[in-house]
Design a binder for this molecule. Structure first.
Ligand code: URA
Length: 219
């Protein structure tokens, strides 16, 4: 598994707006869409390609490049927080198929009371709709926030059974613990993330994080 840390200035500029508690709902959602588009381009730049000949309207042939799998992309939208991120990813991969998984984490307190951060969380999947996944597909699972990775592991189970050619995670903030957990269970998965944050608090939120991504996008 490779970790692609997308920490160039434009990514961090947008991330800083998202982290800022003063950023309102509309600006937050727009920032997520912009990051989705930029993450999509970074993913596209790391897909396999081939050099081809192309003839221009001038009647001349020249060398070109074709990304082989640009039309074999499946994007999995983990509702509802990933929706703006997926909107951005679709700008990079307009022909992508889309699957949705509605997942909610059980709040701490409902399931347990503890003085140490959770190492996993109960995840309730209330709806799932996936297009047919083929062995040619590159599956991109989008979740802006990977804390304990319980939601992501649940999505990975649902996608990996169909053996897509490659599985990629598109995330904005991942905790170092969540990344280790994914690495242990799915060593072949690639993770694209803008930041790796060090901690998870007692309520299961990433620290410093940006709060609840779903609430900040949609209220
Ligand atoms: N989901 C969020 O929206 N925020 C976190 O910090 C962790 C999970």
């Amino acid at each position: 598994m490779a970790i692609f840390l997308l920490d160039k200035p434009l990514f961090l500029h947008i991330l800083t707006q998202l982290r800022d508690e003063r950023t309102d709902q509309v600006a937050f959602r727009k920032g997520m869409v912009r990051l989705g588009r930029l993450i999509g381009y970074e993913i596209a730049n790391r897909l396999d390609f081939e050099i081809v000949e192309v003839k221009t309207p001038i009647g001349v042939s020249t060398k070109g490049l074709v990304i082989r799998d640009i039309d074999n992309i499946l994007i999995v939208n983990i509702l509802r927080a990933a929706t703006p991120l997926v909107e951005g990813l679709l700008k990079a991969f307009p022909a992508a198929k889309q699957g949705v998984i509605a997942a909610s984490r059980m709040e701490i307190g409902e399931s347990q009371t503890s003085s140490s951060p959770p190492t996993e969380m109960d995840v309730k999947i209330s709806y799932e709709k996936m297009p047919k996944i083929s062995s040619k597909d590159i599956a991109i699972i989008a979740d802006p926030m990977i804390a304990t990775a319980s939601t992501m592991l649940s999505a990975l189970r649902r996608v990996s059974y169909a053996n897509p050619r490659r599985i990629i995670i598109a995330s904005v903030i991942s905790s170092s613990y969540g990344i280790r957990r994914i690495q242990n269970h799915y060593p072949d998965v690639d993770i694209f993330t803008v930041s790796i944050d060090p901690e998870i608090n007692l309520s299961g939120y990433i620290v410093p994080g940006l709060g609840d991504a779903g609430d900040r996008s949609f209220g």
